[in-house]
Design a binder for this molecule. Sequence first.
Ligand SMILES: NC(=O)c1ccc[n+]([C@@H]2O[C@H](COP(=O)([O-])OP(=O)(O)OC[C@H]3O[C@@H](n4cnc5c(N)ncnc54)[C@H](OP(=O)(O)O)[C@@H]3O)[C@@H](O)[C@H]2O)c1
Length: 318
Amino acid sequence: MRAIVLHEFHATPTVEEIDVPDPGEGEVRVRVRAAAVNGFDLGEVHGFFTGYFEHRFPLVLGKDFAGTVDAVGPGVEGYATGDRVFGVVTKDFLGDGSFAEYVTVPTAVGVAPLPDGVDFVHGAALGLAGAAALACIEAAHPAPGRTILVAGATGGVGNQVVQLASQAGAHVIATGSTEAEQQVVRRLGASEVIDYREDVTAGLRATHPEGVDVVIHLAGDASALVPTLRQGGTLVSTLVFSTEGFPEVPDVFVPIAANPTPELLGRLAANQVDGLTSVTIQRAYSLTDTPSALADFANGTLGKLVVDLDGDGVPDGP
Ligand SMILES: NC(=O)c1ccc[n+]([C@@H]2O[C@H](COP(=O)([O-])OP(=O)(O)OC[C@H]3O[C@@H](n4cnc5c(N)ncnc54)[C@H](OP(=O)(O)O)[C@@H]3O)[C@@H](O)[C@H]2O)c1
């Protein structure tokens, strides 16, 4: 099969022919129809997870996937060949990735049925960003009367957070730099948009002198955003795991580690089917062009970049 392979940290990933993997105990093999790019993939390339995960080189990159079950390993119940599925490759080592024609995944975590109403490209874009977004929402308690700043609203996680927080009745302030970004986050439900190239903290202190209830930090410098919080406010972050060394610490701090359980993935899929959330696909790439997708991701996103193995022509642009 063709796969996107990394031979050592910091190397350029290459398209290679490798053996099709066999599903182990409790695993299914998925014929990947689409996969999505995440910051995690770039972190893997640059060795950010050394000490946290065993890395098995040559390593196939990719976390998010959608496709059909192609083979069922011993001990698996509830899945059969041909089932449509999606999720996040979740193993205790890195090396089996979704930027490939086939991937094996444990059924205990990181995979769930993909409803007929969600196509493979959108299903592939849901898992990791959606799992992080739901965890952020749980920590932020959005409700009428609460004001939430979403820093990094234009990315995959932010898109989902803005939709869910605004639907819950919160007043959402989203970051966005270009006109296109500002339009997208407003369409997703943001009541206010602030350009992060300007001084966000000074701007918010002028317009919201009482401070915001919650900052959901998905991009930029978390410590710089703490002064925008009201007394007793909460900082939620997918990026920092401690506030040690911050000049000012928030009263409440919730670090996020996404956990794509089948139940949570099921909620993400249901939200799509019910029209509660939508995923913005910025651009689709062929498997061969995955290295370009990774490079483009590093330069900023407006929604999700997807690798479409069927090449069925999702148009460019948000
Ligand atoms: N802890 C976890 O379990 C977990 C899970 C998923 C994701 N994450 C992390 O969470 C973060 C968000 O994920 P994502 O997938 O949404 O990433 P993403 O797609 O890269 O989104 C980040 C967005 O922020 C914008 N941005 C860049 N600099 C900014 C700044 N200073 N202020 C405000 N916005 C800025 C970027 O757009 P432009 O540069 O184009 O403006 C981009 O749209 C990533 O760092 C990711 O690695 C963590």
